[in-house]
Write a protein of this length. Sequence first.
Length: 95
Amino acid sequence: MIFGKIVGTVVSTQMEVGIKGRKCLLVQTCNHKGEVDDDYLVAVDLVGAGVEEIVIISQGSSARQTEITHQKPVDCVIVGIVDMVEEYNQVVFKK
């Protein structure tokens, strides 16, 4: 899984029938502290994430393992919203 920060919304007038009606978000990948890097992904939102939130992303074949995305043409899904990250008993990110 990958950490990412929601930076925007992706609007598409034509979507594959299996994912039609699902919200797609623009995600900038980041480290466990919420510090962004230069990579961007388009991800199907399964959890109701919003702009500026740090999320957990699943990519590749793992992205097609949910009930909603099973056997759908999806490569990236948001599977969680991060509340806190702890590293070596120290909180390094907190919502």
